[in-house]
Design a protein around this ligand. Structure first.
Ligand code: ADE
Length: 223
């Protein structure tokens, strides 16, 4: 997979790709991540990327030209499965969407900044608009990190058996059951007996019951 991240603050983005599972996925050749700074696609001396809103209103808008130039260049180099704009008014990201995108080859993530981007480049280039939740961030960069992590860990071969994504919360539309590790008793708090019984089928049933119970308590909307 190849991900191209287009933004105005690439420095905000880089370190999460230099550690942990995303770094391992890059090192093992499962994914390439490229960063593009919109200021490199400006014509003006001050590398200005934003301007005032037509019609008035608070907040600056990212101009069409640098975005169009950058996306145009990338699209001339290869075919993209999706050109995704990260925005609070997009479709809310869920595990199903991450599963689907983890099987794609080439993705562009465009990060907004300030008030957003000129509508014309949305109309011209964007194939999917994604929000990572119903709150507003100061830019799409943090959202691009979240989306990258959610997708990259699902690329076949990235996680090994111990970290398998199959038992994650949401994979079966339920939250994950409680988990424990050694010691069997900590400050008087004991690990549930059943988990130490060695009885695989009963343990599986217990986990399913717990997942259902926790989901009913915390996220009844999922049931
Ligand atoms: N940019 C600003 N807020 C965002 C959000 N909630 N999701 C995606 N991109 C954003």
């Amino acid at each position: 997979m190849r991900i191209d991240i287009v933004c105005v603050v690439p420095d905000l983005l880089k370190s999460p790709f230099e550690a942990s599972i995303m770094k391992r996925a890059i090192d093992k050749g499962h994914v390439e991540v490229h960063f593009h700074n919109l200021r490199d696609y400006t014509n003006n001396k001050y590398k200005q990327v934003d301007d005032y809103q037509y019609g008035g209103g608070a907040g600056m808008v990212l101009m069409a030209e640098p975005i169009d130039k950058c996306l145009g260049q990338l699209k001339s180099e290869r075919q993209y499965d999706e050109i995704i704009y990260l925005t609070p008014d997009g479709h809310r990201l869920d595990q199903q969407m991450a599963n689907t995108m983890s099987l794609q080859q080439n993705l562009i993530f465009l990060c907004g900044h300030y008030k957003g981007i000129d509508q014309r480049v949305r109309d011209m280039h964007i194939t999917k608009e994604i929000s990572i939740g119903d709150y507003v961030l100061s830019g799409g960069e943090v959202a691009a990190i979240v989306l990258s992590d959610a997708i990259i860990r699902l690329i076949p071969g990235v996680l090994n058996d111990e970290t398998s994504a199959l038992t994650d919360s949401f994979q079966d539309n339920l939250l994950a059951p409680p988990i424990y590790t050694r010691p069997a008793e900590y400050k008087g708090h004991k690990v549930p007996e059943i988990l130490m019984s060695g009885h695989k089928k009963k343990i599986e049933e217990w986990r399913e019951d717990q997942a259902l119970k926790i989901t009913k308590e915390k996220r009844p909307d999922l049931i």
